[in-house]
Write a protein that binds this ligand. Structure first.
Ligand SMILES: [Zn+2]
Length: 58
């Protein structure tokens, strides 16, 4: 099962989404996006918890 995440589930107004082969690959992509687009060098725990709750299997 691939994993999918849509940023708008956590950050309203952001249209970015991604699909990855597993959760670690997904988090890698999310952290790159968060760094470049949302200026988060590290993702705060509360955001990470929200992200985890929004990950879908596709
Ligand atoms: Zn975003």
């Amino acid at each position: 099962m691939a994993k999918k995440f849509a940023c708008s589930d956590v950050v309203s107004g952001c249209s970015w989404s991604t699909i990855a082969k597993d959760e670690s690959d997904l988090f890698h992509k999310i952290s790159e996006h968060a760094k470049h687009v949302h200026k988060m060098d590290t993702i705060p725990d509360e955001i990470l918890t929200k992200v985890k709750s929004k990950i879908q299997e596709v």
